[in-house]
Each structure stands twice: as structure tokens, then as C-alpha cells.
Write a protein that binds this ligand. Structure first.
Ligand code: SF4
Length: 774
């Protein structure tokens, strides 16, 4: 069934009118035929998956043909705003969802800035794009008006020049009367570590969304015009003010996020010896990248749509540029470096000395910009051997212009550098580039080559798939810091913190901390308060970071909370459990959902919705062939102990890790292959596709450890059911082809070769071995 037939089938199950106040439409856009249509998600779907990431997953589950290549135009690219996006402080976010061309697991990426809020205010909760434009196109949306604009003249432009051209050509200003999702030359060239920019710096980074959008010949989605705000009640606004106050009263927000942004995390990580250095061969690095070293170049902060925090640091290294915002903000705050007295009081008093990247008084557009976040400090600092803050700032500004995913691109470069260090590749492979640690000029050059897929840049553009695509020999995989085909998102080395390690392994989009990180595991005060910690996570979690005991509770609670937060549209930084135990929680989100939509949901309901979203993501990944063995970590972390710091000698024990993972599966309601167990799977299917047939096998089979399979894609007869079983369980193909098994549909025996026998929705199908004799 092709994508158009799938859209037709889905729209039949949707509504023609909004189901509650503020509900936006799902806009389906056929880019090839230049047609669009609208429908609304049914209330039952919203109550099960909410909006944003949850609604996106529902749409993807119905529209995806798992047999297609992710870059096939029949694989949809879906944008979604959270159910509270634009209507609650810090609820600025939205997700982009598809199948990842980089990892081949789900693609799901979250970003803020202004696009998700504008999407909601233009009247749309989700945007489903499919079909390939015959030429480069800009999709222009102004409320009900959808236009396809020739974008040929913008081809090859990167973020800075392209944004300026659009603001000039359409007489608009980003963040005022325009918001835009766009790709750079990297996305046009289908670079697998390229993302979709939501602003000057904000990016849907993970999973290769840039390549996916480029494969549709879609340069940008332009939301033009300043649409009206929603009419909120006085009660709702009062509660919003309370939420704003709660966010701003959290000490991490006051002292760190508002003043210097996320780079404050660098120092505790380095002191702990939990830093990913030189592709995780080492675990600490120079104090020259501690956050206060960026003070002289930080003129102010930026923020997403109406966010009271404004955590996004700007940078300006140009002559006459200002700095000093947040200077000394961290002075005297020991934070998580507190156990090392010398380090906790260390200050740098760094001066503004930058005189152009070659120290020759020559400056350009990359000497000013927005950022960096901690991820760039780590991935383009210790991970590749850079120790100068000015070099990190400049690489940050280049990455933002080229729309590269700093996590994947930085990891791909670090991987290449280790291979070069070990002699697995040499200058013949790199086209003469000397890939030594910290070689700044080569790294800068390589970023531009990557965006153009030029020379060795074409290898970096393959991201984690470089071995599969014949760029490196198989032994290179031993040094690839990825799981499920996605490089690690954050710069931490998780050999010490077992909850971090579990989270990275089981995250549904690949090796990523933003899906479930139990960040408070490094908070000594919480670790010392057993009763508080148990209440926080809903189970007893060992206080020692290195322990395996109870860590499944911490990851489970975080995963539910963060998935529900994404579906609400709330920023992770201001969601309880990520940075603080006292930022807004699911109960507060539920209250605002009630106020805005009239739907009666509790905090516990939202927790369950978070679990539902994860369940659906795991069902998608299962259909791509991912199993329990794919929920794992890079070899290095199991085999090589850490050599420095207070946790010297620590690594991840394979056996204990596998036991922890299975406990996590049971707590979540997953079977031993990481798929929702039959009862839960059946429940999710009923809402997701409206179809559910339970097949009982004569025995457990590979991929079906309980001997039960839930068929959730509509089939009409036994022949189709057999084909669907084969598709779902390719590892059991031989057993499933055994035509000697008898079959009963709802207790009525049918002959095994009766492929036309109808299989109505809700049936129970039993496969029985023929009893010999008689
Ligand atoms: S806290 Fe920062 S990233 Fe989050 S919404 Fe506010 S400005 Fe954006």
C-alpha cells in the first residue's frame, strides 16, 4: 500500500472538525502532486498519545511502510507541536519524526525557537510531508493558505545567507512575523549527520532530518505572518504565572541556565572523570573550557518563544563586541564539583584576547553567533582534542550555519581521528588531511567538506554508517561510539553512572541522553536522602552512582516524564527530573491541559501516556528489525576501564548490565526482546491502528518469546495474516512457513491452505501442530 492510500485510510479514521478548543489540524501535504488536506486527531488518540512527539508517532505508525528506504519519498516527514506549545511558559517545543536515514531506527528530534509555537498559532498541530518535489521548493503557509514556491535560487545556501535572503524576499523578520524550518547545503547533499534548523542555532539535530528533508527537495517550510494568540482564561493565565515562577525559582535556572547556559556542566563532568575525551579513550580534559572561560565573549542570552528563562548564550568575538554577561555567575557555587575543594573554587579570570582565528586581525561571519551549548563544548572540545574556547566558539558558529548535528558530526570526526591515530586509516584515505587530535585548521576545513560531501568529508557525511558504506574496514566498528546506529548525543562517559549507561542503551532513537537521562543521579543531596529519592523515582534506587541496583526505576520514571513532556511541548530543561527535582511536573502539565482542552487527565495519566509513546516507538523499531541485542553500548565501555579520577577502574559489567536491562524491560511492560508484551501491545494497537488480531503460536519462536504475536496492521484474510507474520518475524521465517500447522480462527479450525479465510478485526488466531496418529 503506497503512502497516498495510507493517508486515505488514516483520514477516514480522523475527524473533520476540532475536537476541543485550541486543537489544530493535521495538514497532509503531497509535495509531488502539490496537494494538501486537513483532518483532526480523534480525542481517544490524544488521550493516549497527546500531541508533539506522541501525535507524530501515531501518524508515523499509520503511514510508514517499514520496507521502504528512509529517504524514499513514500516515508513521511512529520512536524508536530506539543499540546500546550505556545500556551505555557517554556512550552516552546515541537518534534520532527520519521525513520532515520542515519540510524535506521526511528527519527525523532525535538527543538524550540519559534517554529513550533508559530505552527500551533497558524492552526496546525502536525504537518505530514511526503512525495518528492520535482524541483527545490519552499512550502509557504499562512494559516489556511498553503503555497509551493520555487526555491531553486536558494539552492546551496547555508543558514545565515538563506535566512537573510528569505527575510529580504518576503519582507519579514524571523521570530517577529515569520518562523522557518530549513536545511542547509548539507541537507541538500543528504549528509546523514545534518539536521533541520529552527532558527539561527536551534536545530532538529538527531537522526539525519536534514538529509530526509533534502530527499524531498524541500528547502524550507515558511510560516509567514503573525497569527493571533489564543484567548486564555484568567484562571489559566494565573496558573501560567505560577508555573513561570516555579521555573525561575529553581536554583539551577537562576544560577546557571539564565547566566551562562548549559556549558556550566563541563566542569563537574571533567572533575568527575566522566568526560568523553578523544573518542572516549580518556575521560577528563583541560579546565580551559570551564564555562567561565567563555565569559568575555558572552554579550547576552537568547530565548525561545516567550520563554522566561532565555538559556541560550550568544557569542561575539568581533572587535568591539561585548562580553561579560553572567561573568562570575558561578563563583562560589560548588555544585557537583563540591567533593573536590580545589576544583570547586577554581576561577580563570579569562581576558578577551581573540584577534581572528589565525591571530592576524582578520575576522569573518563565524566570529559571532549563538551558542555554544555544553554538547558542542564537549563534542568539539575534549572529544576531538581542542582546548581553546575561541576555537570551540568558531566551530559552534560554523556548525550552526551548516546545520550539522554537533553530536553526530563531532562523534564522526572523533571516530575518524582515533582510526587515524591507530593507523586503521591514513592520509591516503583522508585525501592528505592530517587528522591529529586538536588540529583546528583541518577540523574547520573538514566541516565545510562534509556539508559538500567533498573528499574525506564524504566519509564524515556517512556518519555512523561509514563501515557499512565501505569507507572504513570492519575493525573500525570497535571504536564507533554509537548504539542503534546513532552516535552518543552528549559528551559524558557513562562507564561510571550505571543509570546513564542504561538510559543510553535503551533510548528508542539511539544513543541519546535527552530521552531518559536520570541526571539527578549525580546530585549528592538526593542520593543521601533515600526516602526522597524513592518517592522521586517510584522505587528504591541505590545511592551509589556505580551501582546497578534499582537504576531501572530512575530510567523508567525519566523516560515516561520526558516523553510526556515532549508531547506537551515543554522544554526538557524546565521539566522535573532533568535539571532539578523542583521544576514543573506532570501534574502541573495535566492541570493546564484540562484548562486548555477540557480533557480530564491527571499527572499519573500523563506518566502512562509517556509510557504509551515509548511503547509505540518500540513497536516501530521492532518492525525495523531492532531487538533486545540492539539495546546496548559501545564495546569500549564493557571492556576498557576508566584510568583517572575518583572512579578509576570503573567499566560496565556485561552480565550485570543485561540483568539490569531485563529488569527495566519487565518494569516497563516489555517482553524479553524489548517489545510491548501482548496485552499492552494489543491495547496500543487498538488506538494506534484501530486493528488487533492476536496470534497464538504452538511454541515460543525467535522474536516472539511468549509464543504470541499481535498483528496491528489491518489484514483481511489468512493469506495476508501469514505475510504479515513473516514480515514481523523474519528470524522465524522457516517455522512460520510450516504448512503442517493447523489453524483456528476464533476456535474454528480452517484448513492450513485456506488463504482466503477471513480474519476479522479482534480475532484470535491459533496455530496448532498437527497431532500425529488417530
Ligand atoms: S529554557 Fe532555553 S531551550 Fe528551553 S525553551 Fe527556554 S530558552 Fe528555549
Amino acid at each position: 500500500m503506497d503512502i497516498r492510500a495510507r493517508v486515505d485510510r488514516l483520514v477516514e479514521r480522523m475527524q473533520e472538525q476540532p475536537q476541543y478548543p485550541t486543537q489544530g489540524a493535521v495538514l497532509f501535504v503531497d509535495l509531488e502532486r502539490r496537494e494538501s488536506r486537513r483532518a483532526y486527531l480523534p480525542v481517544e488518540v490524544v488521550k493516549t498519545f497527546l500531541g508533539g512527539r506522541g501525535g507524530n508517532m501515531f501518524l508515523l505508525y499509520n503511514l510508514l511502510d517499514a520496507g521502504l528506504d528512509p529517504l524514499d519519498p513514500g516515508v513521511p516527514l512529520i512536524f508536530g507541536a506539543g499540546i500546550l506549545t505556545a500556551n505555557m511558559p517554556s512550552a516552546t517545543r515541537g518534534n520532527v519524526t520519521s525513520r532515520s536515514p542515519e540510524s535506521r531506527a526511528i527519527l525523532d528530534s525535538n527543538a524550540g525557537d519559534y517554529f513550533p509555537a508559530f505552527l500551533k498559532r497558524h492552526g496546525y498541530d502536525h504537518l505530514v510531508l511526503y512525495g518528492r518535489n520535482s524541483q527545490w521548493t519552499l512550502l509557504k503557509i499562512d494559516r489556511d493558505q498553503v503555497d509551493f514556491v520555487d526555491a531553486t535560487r536558494y539552492r546551496g545556501m547555508n543558514n545565515i545567507a538563506f535566512t537573510a535572503a528569505i527575510e529580504c524576499d518576503f519582507a519579514c523578520t524571523e521570530q517577529k512575523d515569520m518562523a522557518m524550518a530549513r536545511i542547509s547545503s548539507a541537507g541538500e547533499n543528504r549528509v546523514l549527520c545534518s539536521g533541520i534548523m529552527a532558527g539561527q542555532k536551534s536545530i532538529w539535530a538527531r537522526g539525519g532530518g536534514g538529509a530526509k528533508m533534502g530527499s524531498l527537495n524541500l528547502k524550507a517550510i515558511l510560516l509567514l505572518g503573525k497569527p493571533p494568540e489564543f484567548d486564555l482564561t484568567a484562571d489559566y493565565k494565573r496558573q501560567n504565572r505560577e508555573i513561570g515562577k516555579k521555573i525561575l525559582s529553581a536554583s539551577v535556572v537562576q544560577n546557571a541556565l539564565k547566566k551562562v547556559g548549559t556549558p556550566f556542566l563541563y566542569k563537574p563532568s571533567r572533575v568527575l572523570g566522566a568526560m568523553g575525551t578523544k573518542n572516549n579513550q580518556e575521560t577528563t580534559w583541560h579546565d580551559s573550557l570551564d564555562a567561565d572561560n567563555f565569559d568575555p565573549y558572552r554579550p547576552n542570552m537568547s530565548g525561545c518563544y516567550k520563554c522566561p528563562v532565555c538559556c541560550r548564550a550568544n557569542n561575539d568575538m568581533l572587535p568591539g563586541g561585548k562580553g561579560g554577561w553572567g561573568a562570575s555567575a558561578l563563583t562560589g557555587i560548588a555544585g557537583n564539583a563540591s567533593y573536590d575543594k580545589d576544583q570547586s573554587t577554581l576561577e580563570h579570570h579569562k581576558q578577551r584576547t581573540y584577534n581572528g582565528i589565525n591571530n592576524d586581525g582578520v575576522f569573518d561571519q563565524y566570529d559571532k553567533g549563538e551558542g555554544p551549548e555544553y554538547i558542542i563544548v564537549g563534542k568539539f572540545g575534549p572529544n576531538i582534542g581542542i582546548k581553546e574556547p575561541e576555537q570551540v566558539l568558531r566551530l559552534n558558529n560554523i556548525i550552526n550555519d551548516l546545520a550539522l548535528d554537533a553530536s553526530s558530526c563531532g562523534s564522526a570526526i572523533a571516530w575518524a581521528m582515533e582510526l587515524y591515530q591507530r593507523g586503521i586509516i591514513d592520509q591516503e584515505d583522508t585525501g592528505g588531511l592530517e587528522l591529529t587530535w586538536g588540529n583546528y585548521p583541518v577540523i574547520e576545513q573538514l566541516l565545510f567538506m562534509t556539508a559538500k560531501r567533498e573528499g574525506f568529508g564524504d566519509t564524515i557525511a556517512c556518519s555512523s554508517r561509514a563501515v557499512e558504506q565501505g569507507r572504513y574496514p570492519a575493525e573500525a566498528l570497535d571504536y564507533c561510539m554509537a548504539s542503534k546506529g546513532l552516535f552518543q548525543s552528549d559528551p559524558h562517559d557513562a562507564r561510571i553512572l550505571k543509570a546513564f549507561a542504561l538510559g543510553l542503551a535503551v533510548a528508542t532513537r539511539g544513543m541519546d541522553h535527552l530521552r531518559n537521562r536520570a541526571t539527578l543521579e549525580i546530585n549528592a543531596r538526593i542520593n543521601d536522602d533515600a526516602a526522597f529519592k524513592t518517592a522521586l523515582y517510584g522505587g528504591v534506587v541505590a545511592p551509589q552512582p556505580t551501582s546497578y541496583e534499582g537504576k531501572e526505576y530512575a530510567v523508567r520514571r525519566c523516560e515516561n516524564t520526558f516523553a510526556a513532556g515532549d508531547a506537551v511541548g515543554m522544554c526538557r530543561f524546565n521539566t522535573k527530573l532533568f535539571n532539578s527535582p523542583s521544576t514543573p511536573d506532570l501534574e502541573l502539565f495535566a492541570g493546564q491541559i484540562r484548562g486548555l482542552t477540557g480533557m480530564t487527565l491527571s499527572g499519573d495519566d500523563l506518566d502512562e501516556i509517556g509510557r504509551n509513546i515509548i511503547g509505540l516507538e518500540r513497536m516501530l523499531n521492532f518492525s525495523f528489525g531492532l531487538r533486545a541485542q540492539d539495546d546496548t553500548l559501545p564495546r569500549r565501555w564493557f571492556e576498557e576501564p576508566i584510568t583517572v579520577g575518583p572512579f578509576k577502574g570503573e567499566k560496565v559489567d556485561r552480565e550485570r548490565f543485561e540483568e539490569l536491562k531485563q529488569r527495566f524491560y519487565r518494569l516497563t511492560g516489555l517482553n524479553s526482546e524489548g517489545l510491548p508484551a501482548p496485552d499492552w501491545h494489543a491495547k496500543l494497537s487498538r488506538v494506534a491502528t484501530g486493528f488487533c488480531v492476536q496470534v497464538k503460536l504452538p511454541q515460543p519462536l525467535p522474536g516472539a518469546p511468549e509464543g504470541v504475536v499481535i498483528i496491528d496492521q489491518p489484514v483481511s484474510d489468512l493469506g495476508q495474516l501469514r505475510a504479515e507474520l513473516q514480515r514481523r518475524l523474519p528470524e522465524a521465517a522457516e517455522q512460520l512457513q510450516d504448512r503442517s500447522w493447523n489453524i483456528a480462527i476464533n476456535g474454528n479450525m480452517v484448513l492450513s491452505d485456506e488463504d482466503q479465510a477471513p480474519v476479522p478485526d479482534g480475532s484470535e488466531v491459533t496455530l496448532l501442530p498437527i497431532i500425529a496418529g488417530g
